[in-house]
Design a protein around this ligand. Structure first.
Ligand code: ATP
Ligand code: MG
Length: 263
């Protein structure tokens, strides 16, 4: 296997981290896996004094270490749901468990640390820092985490190799194709070895062939590493690759189909 993800996860989560390195991942932390659990979640937006219900009475369990796709029409609430799970936004009511933590019991500071340590994000428009190279974009979350330079170098190099960008490390986003940018974004999302990676329509800005490659890459990472992938998409290729499909309509769960239940 060209990517060798299992060895990446093994070696990256193994020993060799400096004492006090906040990025180091103890074996026991990775060994424990948790579902994402939403209970009685409601979210409204207020727009010109009008209440827009975006999510209503959401009860949902997203199983760990799987590739879950949230699917639904435009305006159905996919982005809102991902933003809640990603702790980018808070629900108006209900409880949310992510990576074993009840997130609404945390202070804003705790929540932002939790988000940085345990969650990874891949966006439709890549959201890379344009002035930084591919290498620096992947390195950035590790710098923020005060990881020792030697460990950082090793990890960034390995990640860029794993996503097939070893030869492009010095390029800035403006000098890369869409698919290459999304690979950088995936490497960056993986840098701190999150429990959950969230992606809002990650293939929407890619051509069909590149989109397929990116899905393959994410699928490979998901299968070999202990990480839950949660995507929103109406891309048939993404749905096909999913283990589980959550369909939403008008802010409500329509169905949850788990892999194995599908014909
Ligand atoms: N910031 C906001 N202010 C007001 N209403 C909003 C806001 N963001 C989303 N909404 C509304 O909430 C509902 C859900 O929006 P959301 O963006 O979650 O849908 P979506 O399924 O991601 O759609 P798309 O496929 O077009 O991305 C929609 O009715 C939308 O108009
Ligand atoms: Mg959306």
């Amino acid at each position: 296997m060209r990517l060798g993800w299992s060895s990446w996860f093994r070696s990256a989560s193994g020993g060799g981290h400096a004492a006090g390195d906040p990025v180091s991942v103890a074996g026991d932390r990775r060994a424990v896996v948790h579902p994402v659990i939403l209970k009685g979640i409601n979210k409204h937006y207020r727009l010109d004094d009008v209440d827009v219900p975006a999510l209503q009475d959401i009860d949902l369990v997203i199983l760990p270490n799987r590739f879950t796709v949230i699917s639904g029409q435009s305006g159905s609430g996919k982005t809102t749901l991902l933003n809640l799970i990603g702790c980018i936004d808070r629900a108006d009511s209900g409880t949310l468990m992510v990576a074993g933590r009840s997130v609404y019991t945390m202070s804003d500071d705790e929540l932002s640390d939790f988000r940085a340590q345990r969650l990874g994000f891949v966006f439709q428009n890549f959201n890379l820092l344009p002035v930084l190279t591919a290498y620096e974009n992947v390195e950035y979350p590790l710098v923020m985490a005060h990881m020792a330079p030697a460990l950082r170098r090793e990890r960034v190099t390995r990640l860029l190799d794993a996503v097939g960008l070893g030869a492009h490390a010095g390029k800035r986003p403006g000098q890369m194709s869409g698919g290459q940018r999304q690979r950088v974004a995936i490497a960056r999302a993986l840098a701190r070895q999150p429990a959950v990676i969230l992606a809002d329509e990650p293939t929407a800005n890619l051509d069909s062939k590149t989109g397929t490659e990116i899905i393959e890459l994410m699928r490979q990472v998901q299968k070999e590493g202990q990480v839950s992938f949660i995507f929103s998409s109406h891309d048939a290729k993404v749905l096909e690759a999913a283990d589980d499909i959550v369909r939403i309509q008008d802010g409500r769960i329509l169905s949850v189909v788990r892999g194995g239940e599908r014909g």
